[in-house]
Design a protein around this ligand. Structure first.
Ligand code: GLU
Length: 487
């Protein structure tokens, strides 16, 4: 049975790269009707952040990645939070001692520090020198009884070839002589990452591991631990790092990296997930859009990319815009109304809101133009605020005319609209368009320039939702007022 896991450490908020790792593990489990496990690796209590675990659990939920076993729902290998499994690691460390695969080490911090320094000076890779390796078990136990502080170290055999067959990296091998006698259990009886991760992956029967390439260096130690526990090494895919378009690893210095930040900026979870699917995996054809369940169907580990993907924020923005335009009516109303109402409240404009229906009409006009939900306030603004037309001299096309020309055409257009009086047959798109065209002809303006000028004055920007539809919503009086104010 395929059993995969996502094993984050709550030392920071859920990272967008973490979601990608989780996604691939999730898809693999679902595709093979296996189990997807969430395990929290929180043995480094000093670095844990408040709310870290909740943030991870909530994050997976937002993206619709339901785990089958994990904190809260538990499962056959519970508990799924490492800090609640300390006894298990201690027992397993003892098992390794009994099997002769690990040993007690009594070296002081001070000795280890000196050792490291002398190795650094000699330009050697810092590594434990094995001083305590040959201490007899009975003697070690006596020292422990006497209250001596100790750690448990992995007894790395000499001269062994350790081989990994990774889905992405192919064959990778190490000579065990280069592998450190890793600390497995610390002097405070907490396990190190290496012991905890292997014990849990073994006990939880994890068959496939997807994780960042930064963990590759740990693999030789893990291979030895798997051998010691007599368990089959899982299939692994060590994912290449995600690069920032400016070079280097994706980092928060260059923009959002925490999932929360993306959601707060108005990225839709489905769009973000779709973007992440393609950030390290390629479908058979050039299809780009996948829902989570479609992705599960298509996913295979063999199609993961070996090369480092670039985190193209423009592409994410594009995906998001596409998903916004495809929102269901209900989805649109919920998402757009939430952002719009917040804006109206912040600006104390909510009193102008008679009902949702009116607001939805405005939002429908801007839906086409919004790429992230956080753009809604900006695009909605002109319906509510007195917009100042930008200087036409700075706008392509209309910049060729003189200020008096603008004022003249704008006030003339106001006159035309005013002359409609209450004649509702004139209060329609075709009529306004016709009027703008004949006004342009009268002054020998290009039609497009005349449309632009009216748009600038009414919407306050050269880019706006469709002019006439916006005019319908603004209403005759407001349009005359805006045109009349242009001086
Ligand atoms: N706890 C590790 C992390 O935070 C897990 C690494 C692994 O998947 O083995 O990424």
């Amino acid at each position: 049975m395929v059993r995969t896991r996502f094993a984050p450490s709550p030392t920071g908020f859920l990272h967008i790269g973490g979601v990608r790792t989780a996604l691939y593990s999730y898809a693999l489990a679902r595709k093979h009707k296996g189990a997807f496990v969430l395990r929290i690796e929180d043995t480094d209590k000093k670095r844990e952040i408040e709310g870290g675990i909740k943030n991870i659990v909530d994050g997976l939920k937002v993206f619709g990645m339901k785990f089958d076993e994990g904190p809260g729902i538990e499962g056959p290998y519970k508990p799924y939070i490492q800090s609640k499994r300390l006894k298990i690691y201690q027992e397993k460390a003892q098992e390794l001692i009994d099997k002769g695969k690990a040993y007690y080490c009594f070296c002081s911090e001070e000795r280890l520090k000196k050792l490291r320094e002398s190795q650094q000076k000699a330009k050697k890779q810092p590594k434990y020198d094995g001083k305590c390796r040959e201490i007899k078990k009975a003697e070690a136990e006596k020292r422990i009884k006497n209250g001596e502080k100790f750690v448990i170290r992995l007894k790395v055999p000499r001269g062994e070839k350790l081989i990994l067959e990774d889905v992405l990296l192919g064959k990778v091998s190490w000579n065990s002589n280069d592998v450190d006698d890793q600390v497995l259990l610390k002097s405070d009886s907490f396990p190190t990452y290496h012991l905890a991760v292997v014990v849990d992956d073994v006990l939880m029967k994890i068959s496939h591991i997807t994780r960042g390439i930064e963990w590759l260096a740990s693999v030789p130690k893990h291979i030895l631990l798997y051998k010691a526990f007599d368990y089959k090494f899982p299939v692994t895919a060590h994912m290449p790092v995600i690069l920032d378009p400016d070079g280097g690893k994706l980092s928060k210095r260059k923009g959002a990296v925490a999932v929360n930040e993306f959601l707060e900026q108005g990225y839709l979870p489905e769009a973000t997930l779709n973007f992440l699917m393609l950030l390290g995996w390629a479908p058979k054809d050039d299809r780009e859009f996948f829902s989570l369940s479609e992705f599960v169907k298509e996913f295979s580990m063999e199609r993961l990319n070996k090369a480092s993907p670039v985190f193209d924020r423009q592409k994410l923005l594009w995906f998001n815009g596409e998903y916004i335009r495809k929102l269901s009516k209900k989805g649109f109303e919920v998402k757009f109304l939430t952002w719009a109402k917040k804006y109206l409240k912040d600006k104390k404009l909510l009193k102008q809101l008679t009902d949702d229906e009116e607001l939805v009409k405005k939002l429908e006009l801007i839906q086409e133009r919004v790429s992230v939900l956080s753009e809604i306030p900006n695009q909605l603004e002109f319906f509510y605020e007195n917009m100042h037309a930008p200087n036409p001299k700075e706008i392509k096309g209309v910049k060729r005319y003189e200020k008096e020309d603008y004022v003249k055409v704008v006030s003339e257009y106001a006159e035309i609209i005013r002359s409609y009086e209450e004649d509702s047959s004139k209060w329609k798109h075709e009529k306004w368009e016709e009027d703008i065209r004949s006004l342009a002809d009268k002054y020998s303006w290009k039609h497009g320039d005349m449309f632009m000028m009216i748009r600038l004055v009414i919407c306050g920007s050269p880019v706006s939702p469709p002019l006439f539809e916006s005019m319908v919503i603004l209403g005759k009086d407001e349009i005359i007022r805006r045109l009349g104010e242009y001086k």
